[in-house]
Design a protein. Sequence first.
Length: 164
Amino acid sequence: MTVVLLCAAVIVGYWLFTPKNDDTGHLSSSATVQHVVDGDTLYVLLDGERTKVRLLNVDAPELTHGDQPGQCFGQEASRYLSKKLPKGSTIQLAFDIERYDRYGRTLALVNYTGESINESLVASGHAKAMKVEPNVQFYAQLLTAQKQAQRDNAGMFSPANGCH
């Protein structure tokens, strides 16, 4: 009986923590949001480890870091991402060709409750689409969202916010 239970636990653990292909065929994993760092970076619990995730194909304005001044709309982008991804949320991470950037951060498209958070950030004008070869699988949809945000004068693209 003990052997059967142990085997069942191993199988369930493997199923829960092994990356799977999502609806679009991209390799994906579940993670739990720990906290948002800024408009395009967050910490998650992934496979039992604290992991820093950089949103793929997204560039949000920077926050103030030490003696480096923040960029226009950086605070708004960070608050937007924090609101979209509350602490403790279970999210899906979808990956492209390169899974890590040069700083060791996990690169991912984040989905929460069926919504692409990367696309939401760009569509609302809180971030821009960013192409970084070879990870371009999601870039076209994000660029389309950015063009719409620019046409709509959304977020950082609004002349009223003084970011231009």
